[in-house]
Design a protein around this ligand. Structure first.
Ligand SMILES: Cc1ncc(COP(=O)(O)O)c(C=O)c1O
Length: 372
């Protein structure tokens, strides 16, 4: 059975973990410091990086450290993992969902403009499945309107936009290192930015609000949580980072293989490659109704042919919790259609050409031979 994703963990990662376990220092320590520096060097642009116990924590810290709170609205795409919306609520602000482009699944400056109000404080684009958002028009709008830009780059480790790594821009950018991401620390996340004040606040939010003076005397300046990354995880990340470019190169080869070899069918829409795409996921849209079936039956048929798939994601504004903010079906049609039709195909660096052929063959069988 081919899963839709699988982390690539090798002997080097295992050795690195064993070394930390033997060192006697398991929680945040020298490996975290080294990992933060290695990530900053990888991204370039003079940014500082702080790591967290998850991408969700990094986003929470970025929002709160940016001063976002009650009375503020944060514009986000309706198509993302629900953490993107949940962190806005956690900060005390209101998420304002906007529709996305049907192909890139990313928000655009046009959809953002329709959602601006006097309460808008920030725009939080999501680089969906590793495809970079067109950032320059968004930055220009943000400059004109005095808005913050905080990037949810959970799915975009290694993505480049105009040949610059996502994360090197200087505004707050958050990554996830969950096991299904392009590199993993088991669980973990990172915040990159070039604002030293924001980094200081994020450090305090990460660890109980604690700040120490030059003599090491502890004070608590404001609220803080417990969001630090242990050294065990950082040790895994240090190794994974050295493999990231190879991982992403393999992801690209596989994605291009799918684009070339999957059957062309009027009921199926494929994603499109662009320079710098890091191919975190390969998500197609299938018009299940037109095929006389539904998604779960289609997934069952694929499973019986040895192919695992995922669903990324239902449109967020239609989750029960977010309907309470006043959203209804029909409000954001492109995100809703993606939510109904999306299917994630297997894509991970250890996948072979034969695996890819098996997936393409299964689609050939289901699309040409009847899916129901
Ligand atoms: C777009 C997006 N944002 C945020 C997150 C949260 O990251 P984590 O799972 O590391 O907390 C994820 C994780 O899947 C994600 O895909």
């Amino acid at each position: 059975m081919l899963p839709f994703t699988r982390p690539s963990i090798g002997e080097e990662e295992q050795r690195a973990v064993a070394e930390v376990l033997a060192s006697g220092w398991l929680a945040t320590g020298p490996r975290v410091a080294a990992f933060e520096q290695a990530l900053a060097d990888y991204l370039g642009g003079g940014v500082t990086v702080r790591v967290f116990n998850s991408g969700t924590s990094a986003l929470e810290a970025a929002l709160i450290a940016s001063g976002i709170g009650p009375g503020d609205e944060v514009i986000i795409p309706a198509m993302s993992f629900v953490a993107t919306a949940n962190v806005v609520v956690r900060a005390g602000a209101v998420p304002v969902f906007v529709d996305v482009d049907p192909v890139s699944r990313n928000l655009s400056v046009n959809t953002v403009e329709t959602a601006l109000t006097t309460q808008t404080r920030a725009i939080m684009p999501v680089h969906f499945a590793g495809r970079g958002v067109e950032m320059e028009p968004l930055r220009e709008l943000a400059r004109e309107r005095g808005l913050l830009v905080i990037e949810d780059a959970a799915q975009a480790v290694g993505t480049r936009i105009d040949d610059t790594p996502v994360g090197a821009s200087g505004n707050p950018v958050c990554f996830s290192f969950h096991p299904n991401k392009n590199m993993t620390t088991i669980e973990g996340g990172a915040l990159a930015c070039n604002d030293s004040g924001l980094i200081r606040r994020a450090e305090r939010i990460r660890f109980h609000g604690i700040e120490r003076d030059a003599e090491g005397v502890m004070d608590v300046l404001d609220w803080g949580g417990k969001m630090n990354m242990p050294d065990v995880n950082a040790a895994v990340g240090l190794v994974q980072l050295t493999r990231l470019e190879r991982f992403n190169q393999r992801r690209r080869e596989l994605a291009l293989g799918y684009i070339e070899k999957l059957p062309r069918h009027p009921a199926m829409t494929l994603p499109v490659d662009v320079p710098g795409h890091s191919w975190h996921m390969f998500c197609v849209c299938v018009d299940f109704k037109a095929l006389g079936t539904n998604r779960s039956a289609f997934q069952d048929r694929l499973r019986s042919l040895g192919v695992g798939t995922g669903v990324h994601y239902p449109a967020m504004h239609l989750y029960s919790h977010y309907r309470k903010f006043g959203y209804e079906p029909g409000d954001l049609p492109a995100a809703e259609r993606i939510g109904e039709q999306t299917l994630t195909l297997p894509l991970f660096p250890a996948m072979t050409g034969d695996d890819l052929g098996r997936v393409c063959g299964a689609f050939e069988q289901l699309l040409r031979g009847g899916a129901s």
